[in-house]
Every structure is written in C-alpha cells, then in structure tokens.
Design a protein. Structure first.
Length: 126
C-alpha cells in the first residue's frame, strides 16, 4: 500500500515537472501548446507513460515530444530526486479529447437552441 502511494505521488511530481518544462524550456513551438494531462508509472518507477493533449493536430506535437524526449528526461532527472530517471513514453490522451469533443458538441447544441428561441419557459415564483 505504501509503495502504491509512493508511485501515485511520483506520478503527480513527474506530471507537474514535465508540464513546467514543456511550458517554459522546450523551444519547439508544436510542443509549447500541449498540456500534460496525466502520468502513469510502473511500480519500480523506471518507466513513465506521459499522456498529453494538444490544441492543434496531434501529429506535429507527438513528433516534437519525441524530439524533446532526451532533453525532458535529463532536465527531469535534475529536478526530481530519483536514483533512476524514468524512461518517457508519450501517448495522446484520447479520454480527455473525447470529453472535450462532447462538451463542444453540447455547447453547439445549446447555442443552436438559443438562436432558435428554444429556451425553457420562465417559471413564476410565488
């Protein structure tokens, strides 16, 4: 149980540090528009799957992350106190993308209803 808590704590630390690095230190413009959404690490903390979301097409961002991978790993090692710096694997966060897609659709439906005048009738308060 304590080991599981350690893994979760390190996942949060790695996520925060990578988010900071991507925003402030990576020079590639395709990577700067990305958000690190979550990190999943193995029990021995030697591998980290980094999930990201991008506002643009994911292809250029994925290539940018692969190019910056060694830089990110080196800087991550300088910032966190682990004996072994985890190997980074990047995956697009399709769950978060799906949620955003649904929210955009709902927002569009809501706007359509307002434009057509299909709003709920107001209820008189007594």
């Amino acid at each position: 149980m304590a080991e599981n808590m350690r893994v979760r704590r390190m996942e949060a630390i790695v996520r925060d540090e990578l988010s900071s690095l991507v925003c402030t230190e990576v020079a590639d413009p395709a990577v700067r528009n990305m958000a690190i959404t979550k990190v999943k690490m193995t029990g021995d903390l030697r591998r980290a799957r980094v999930f990201y979301q991008t506002s643009e097409g994911g292809g250029q961002g994925a290539l940018g992350l692969q190019r910056a991978s060694s830089f990110l790993r080196r800087r991550l090692g300088e910032r966190i106190g682990l004996r072994y710096v985890p190997a980074l694997e990047f995956s697009q966060d399709v769950e978060t993308d799906a949620v955003w897609s649904v929210l955009k659709r709902l927002e569009g439906i809501s706007r359509e209803g307002e434009c057509r005048g299909n709003t709920a009738p107001e209820v008189e308060r007594s």
